[in-house]
Design a protein around this ligand. Structure first.
Ligand SMILES: Nc1nc2c(ncn2[C@@H]2O[C@H](COP(=O)(O)OP(=O)(O)O)[C@@H](O)[C@H]2O)c(=O)[nH]1
Ligand SMILES: [Mg+2]
Length: 263
């Protein structure tokens, strides 16, 4: 992971409200200015039985559209519910998550949720995921179990996602219907056991890599259905480079499985 010093736009890091909360959600953002305020509303609207909403940590890569300033404003208005970390430029989905998870664990997280900021992952599913987390170390929000699905995805994206999931299952031995989805809940100890900081991938291959690590570290994985709604605002950051990385990663997974590798 690249060396990054989190800064809150000139504020000393400690000015981020750090009252103990053990439930954190991480979202990486790049040009999500139109989506982030609505995501924030969804987080604040979570039911009382959660005790309090998860603290949403927004890891922004100096988005040209001003997402970072929105994140700062949210953190200033609701310091108990939002935090913001800033990096100087677009440095990838994976390292944004590594930074966010690392920060959350450092600040008391016992449970870490990861989710996209583009409203594809509905915060209203978080209670069901947390409920399920009582019986597993990792809960995957799954598009491909009964009750789950995708909305507004074109045929190409559907085929890509299904194929990626099938290949990951085949080579990794993961028995998970949706091993490439990013809406998840993890118990803190399994993240440490999986050595998430050591993940080398840059893009979405991070997701199958981390899940494989969790399994190989002895973690149990459960799924709850989610309906993934394609973004209404902004553009996907999926690139050819990220797809090629994911294809190469399949060979890594296959090799590790054959050699009995452990994190
Ligand atoms: N900080 C940061 N966030 C990223 C980067 N790439 C993607 N994201 C975020 O990761 C999430 C998923 O990306 P998205 O483009 O929606 O992927 P898709 O849903 O697979 O098309 C979104 O919240 C993006 O803003 C990156 O390089 N840096
Ligand atoms: Mg998306």
């Amino acid at each position: 992971m690249p060396e990054q010093i989190p800064s809150a736009h000139g504020q000393p890091e400690d000015s981020m409200h750090t009252a103990t909360t053990d439930l954190w959600a991480i979202t990486a953002t790049y040009n999500e200015a139109d989506s982030l305020p609505e995501l924030a509303k969804g987080i604040l609207a979570l039911p009382e039985e959660l005790g309090r909403p998860p603290k949403l940590l927004i890891v922004d890569d100096n988005s040209p559209d001003g997402t970072g300033a929105i994140a700062d404003r949210l953190a200033a208005e609701h310091p108990e519910a939002f935090g913001a970390l800033h990096r100087p430029g677009k440095m990838g989905y994976a390292s944004a998550h590594q930074l966010g998870i690392d920060y959350a664990l450092d600040h008391g997280a016992r449970t870490v949720i990861t989710m996209d900021a583009d409203l594809s992952h509905d915060p209203a599913r978080i209670p069901a995921m947390l409920e399920k987390l009582q019986e597993a170390d990792v809960v995957v929000g799954s598009r491909y179990v009964p009750g789950g699905g995708t909305v507004n995805w074109g045929a190409n994206r559907k085929i890509l996602s299904r194929t990626a999931g099938a290949l990951v299952r085949l080579v990794s031995g993961l028995r998970v219907a949706d091993p490439t989805g990013g809406f998840r809940a993890y118990r803190a100890p399994i993240l440490e056991a999986a050595k998430f900081r050591q993940v080398q991938q840059e893009g979405y291959a991070f997701l199958s890599e981390l899940l494989f690590r969790c399994m190989r570290a002895g973690g149990t994985i459960a799924e709850v259905p989610i309906v993934f709604v394609d973004r209404r605002f902004g553009r996907s950051k999926l690139s050819k480079r990220i797809i090629f990385e994911a294809i190469g990663h399949l060979f890594t997974l296959a090799w590790r499985r054959m050699t009995g590798w452990r994190p």
